[in-house]
Every structure is written in structure tokens, then in C-alpha cells.
Design a protein around this ligand. Sequence first.
Ligand SMILES: NC(=O)c1ccc[n+]([C@@H]2O[C@H](COP(=O)([O-])OP(=O)(O)OC[C@H]3O[C@@H](n4cnc5c(N)ncnc54)[C@H](O)[C@@H]3O)[C@@H](O)[C@H]2O)c1
Length: 322
Amino acid sequence: MDKKIYLVTGSAGFIGFHLSNKILSKGFKVIGIDNLNNYYDVKLKKKRNYILKKNKNYIFKKIDIKNYKNLETVFKKHKIYKVIHLAAQAGVRYSLKNPRSYIDNNINGFFNILEISKNYRVKKFVYASTSSIYGLQKKFPLKENFNTDNPIQLYAATKKSNELMATSYSYLYKMDTVGLRFFTVYGPWGRPDMALFKFTKNIIKGKPIEVFNKGKHERDFTYVDDIVDGIIKIVFSKKKKFGSQIFNIGNGKKIKLLKYIQLIEKNLKKKARKKFLPLQKGDVFKTHSDTRLIKRYYNYNPKTSVNHGVKKFIKWYISNIK
Ligand SMILES: NC(=O)c1ccc[n+]([C@@H]2O[C@H](COP(=O)([O-])OP(=O)(O)OC[C@H]3O[C@@H](n4cnc5c(N)ncnc54)[C@H](O)[C@@H]3O)[C@@H](O)[C@H]2O)c1
């Protein structure tokens, strides 16, 4: 059988790893692209990539999406069927420290991958956006048609730009593009710069955890398997020629940060030493997704409760992270 090739950018990243694994488990070929940058522990990225490489249908290319010519070597050699673009400079707080990285990776890098997908006529272009683009929206749950013109940091501004760039390409070149606004994704193999990982690490070590906004934040935490399930439904959907689409992809339920910390404490059987800090510049107070649109179009159905998801993360953490 001539296997269709799916290109996943950011394949050594948290979500890219889980997604690639899932596509490979269906028997398809995946070309994974990642520059293995050191935004967080590269060893974790290499470990994820090592697991993927055990599958003979996985081809890894250490390429930086900022370099169009290098990207083109892949597209020239392989007929890419669909692209799932997840490589980016992620993180809200880091965008205040190193804004240039967001412009370089999320604007210029995004443009390269969009442009090459157009030039080589890929069948579908699916890419990561974020719940952060809703900014300080006061109405909840957050709906796709709410105004997103007021991002409160550059990370959100770059992701909003991605949605606009993809929409224009979709119109000009009849490309099918789908932007997915992820809501705080967590789970095994998760990112060390995110709250669950940091809290777990410090609680185990008996170090204080930094609780911003005095713990009043509310988040729609989405388990990674549910995110992957949603992406898969979209990537493998048979719907023909739909243009440009944008969807929330969240759990659809919100939880207070302090409650989330209690869940971690319960699973670790250890109390956290909390250091309460004020709201950080660039942080949004609350996220809570309305997921009816993606449910209607693609039958998306998140299954993992935050109780169960945190338990699974901690089990993974204890057996994998020293
Ligand atoms: N995890 C979340 O909660 C969340 C929420 C909203 C949006 N997102 C978005 O989802 C996507 C995946 O996020 P993640 O949590 O898996 O992050 P991640 O940092 O674990 O994965 C991103 C991967 O992309 C790679 N990468 C970055 N710049 C690159 C470049 N120029 N060339 C090649 N590779 C590059 C990194 O090395 C990394 O392995 C990102 O676009 C992110 O902005 C994530």
C-alpha cells in the first residue's frame, strides 16, 4: 500500500509527540520536523523523539522552520499529504522576556510552512492557535465568534496573526486550513514550563510553588489525549473543500487554580508550600471553552476529567522524571 505521509511540525514537542504516536498507530507514515531548541530541557524532547523513532514509519528531520530552503528538501523528496503545524515558540510569560523569538518562530516560521504547504498543494493544513487570544474577555464560555482583537501579550498576537494569515491563504489559494485554539493542555510527557509540571516537581522536592494571582485564576485544563483525539478527527475527516475554519478545542469545564493544586497534593499525598504572588503581566484571569462548534462539525467529545488526568500525569512523572 502506498502510505500517505502526514507532516507534523514540533513532533518532539509535547502535543506533537502524542499526535505523531497516534497517527503512526493507525499505520500511516509521519515525517516529524523539530529543531530541538532549548526553550526547555532538550533531553525530554529527545526522549519523546526516541520513542517515535522506534516506529519504522516515522522519519525525523532536525530542521528549523525558519529556514524555507531546508523545509523544501523535505517537500521535494516526499509527497506530503497533510500538514499539522504545531512547532512554535509557546508560553505566555516568556513572550515578555524574549519577544523576538515569537516573531521569528511564530510569524516568519509560520509563513514558511504555510507558503510551502501552498506551493506543494497539501490537502489540509491544520495548525495550533491558543485560548490566550481571547485576552481579557469577560463573557464565558468563550465562543469562536467573540472578539479577539485585543491580545494582552505578543504570544497571543502572533497566534492571532497565524489565524489571519491562514484565512487569507485559504481564500487566495483554495487551501483547506483549520486553526485550533487549544485550552491549557496537560498530561504525561508534558512541558516543564507549565504549572502542573512545575508544581509537581516542587511539591515532591519540598520547595515552595509560585501561585500567581493568589490562586484565583480559572483554567479549562484539557487532557492531551482529548486534544489529540480532536486533531485526529479533523485531520482524517472526509469533509471536502471547506475553506478556512477555526475551532476551540478544550475540555469545556473550568477549575480554580487552588482546586487544581489540591488535586496534585491529593495524588502526591503531600501538601504544597504556597507562595502567593500577584497577577503576572500578560496572564489572562480565566479560560473556559465553548466546544459546541467542534462537536457539531467533527463530533469532538473530550472524555478525561481533570481528576483522572492529573492522576495519570503524576503516575507518569513519578516513574519518568528524576
Ligand atoms: N500546551 C498548551 O497548553 C498549548 C496551549 C495553546 C497552544 N499551544 C500551541 O500548541 C503547539 C504545541 O505546543 P506544545 O505544548 O506541544 O509545545 P512544545 O514546546 O512542547 O512543542 C513545540 C515544539 O516545536 C519545536 N519548535 C519550536 N520552534 C521551532 C522551529 N523554528 N523549527 C522547528 N521546530 C521548532 C520545539 O523544539 C518543540 O519541540 C504550539 O504551537 C503552542 O503554541 C499549546
